[in-house]
Design a protein around this ligand. Structure first.
Ligand code: ATP
Ligand code: ZN
Length: 213
């Protein structure tokens, strides 16, 4: 039987639409699946797996999926054995440290001793170490932006795109620690047939990108 390339895509969220659109521009049709986890692609030997974005790096590492469309922020945070094979140019955002508006004019060193709430402890910890700052990381999974107001933290480290969420929570962007975009990641042990399918897909993605810019 012909092997299929198993492609992980975020089930529903900010990356879903653009990822499916890119596949479509590559001539790969994804039929409406009525909430199915897995669906056969049209015009290409591929299966699409719909997953939570947080699960994609692990599934790609473990070979449940061969490749996945995911935010670089999630890929780096999960720190799994996967490779970035292409940067995709959408899903752009920043991972930034934000402070309450009342605390202006701080230097990076002033983060010392602060309690910082985040859903990105791995990336934040690495950045703090690089900058020789000793801060206390408080991990929360959602609504990080309310942490300072309810007295849970002095600062936050969260994803920002327009800054409107920060603004409405009386926070300001203090320091960007990562600039992120959607990336295509691959596992390290694809079979020769699947590698070939990936090459075919990459060729098309690059052609689509070239036509755009
Ligand atoms: P899931 O239910 O799959 O876990 P989620 O709520 O964790 O979804 P989304 O909010 O859909 O994730 O964001 C997915 C990705 O979109 C982020 O990891 C990031 O790479 C990108 N992104 C782009 N702009 C933003 C933004 N302003 N806020 C959050 N994520 C953004
Ligand atoms: Zn998620």
């Amino acid at each position: 039987m012909q092997e299929k390339l198993r492609i992980a895509v975020q089930k529903s969220g900010r990356l879903s639409e653009d990822s499916l659109k890119l596949l479509k521009e590559c001539g790969i049709g994804v039929p409406n699946g009525n909430n199915q986890l897995k669906i056969n692609a049209e015009n290409f030997d591929a299966e699409i797996l719909f997953l939570r974005d947080d699960d994609i790096p692990e599934y790609v590492q473990d070979g449940v999926a061969d490749i996945g469309f995911v935010g670089e922020n999630v890929m780096l945070e999960k720190n799994k054995a996967t490779d970035i094979v292409e940067r995709l140019g959408y899903g752009k955002c920043r991972l930034s440290i934000a402070l309450p508006k009342t605390r202006k004019k701080l230097a990076i060193k002033d983060l010392d001793g602060m309690k910082i709430a985040t859903s990105y402890p791995f990336i934040l910890n690495k950045w703090l170490k690089q900058n020789k700052i000793k801060a206390d990381i408080h991990v929360i999974s959602g609504s990080v932006e309310i942490a300072p107001r309810i007295g849970l933290a002095d600062a936050i480290c969260d994803l920002v795109s327009s800054g409107s969420t920060l603004f409405s929570n009386e926070l300001y962007e203090f320091e960007t620690i990562l600039k992120s975009e959607a990336v295509l990641i691959s596992g390290k042990k694809l079979s020769p047939a699947r590698k070939q399918l990936l090459e075919k897909l990459l060729f098309r993605i690059r052609a689509v990108k070239k036509a755009k810019y």
